[in-house]
Design a protein around this ligand. Structure first.
Ligand code: SF4
Length: 123
């Protein structure tokens, strides 16, 4: 078995956040990095639309080119009001402290992206 196929060892993130030793380059990680390590950050995939076609694109085939929104792996409703409620529910479930916006290209759907930036995710 190659090293790449071996199961990952579960990391003690609590200790990593306490010591700040999970960042090789920085001794004092950003708040967003801490939330990510703790599993308390929503990955908000605002769109799969993107005008580019990078050969290394990590976006999955079923997401790329669609204008769907995902909160982590939860595909949100097309109805904006319903989608906002689903996003809040995902935030509640993971006890989110923040969110990272990604895509696709979030600038390809600027109005939707700015809606989520302005939205009070953590009420
Ligand atoms: S989503 Fe990012 S990596 Fe993928 S094609 Fe667009 S710019 Fe490139």
């Amino acid at each position: 078995m190659t090293k790449a196929l071996q199961p990952k060892t579960r990391v003690n993130t609590e200790n990593m956040v306490d010591t700040g030793k999970y960042s090789f380059c920085m001794g004092c990680p950003a708040e967003g990095c801490k939330s990510c390590v703790e599993g308390a950050k929503v990955v908000l995939f605002v769109t799969g639309l993107c005008p580019r076609r990078c050969f290394y694109c990590p976006v999955s085939e079923h997401k790329f080119g669609t204008d769907d929104v995902y909160a982590d792996e939860w595909k949100l409703s097309k109805d904006p009001a319903q989608a906002d409620q689903e996003l809040l529910e995902e935030c509640r479930l993971i006890e989110a402290k923040g969110a990272g916006i990604t895509g696709g290209d979030p600038l390809a759907t600027l109005a939707k992206t700015t809606h989520y930036i302005q939205y009070e995710i953590l009420r």
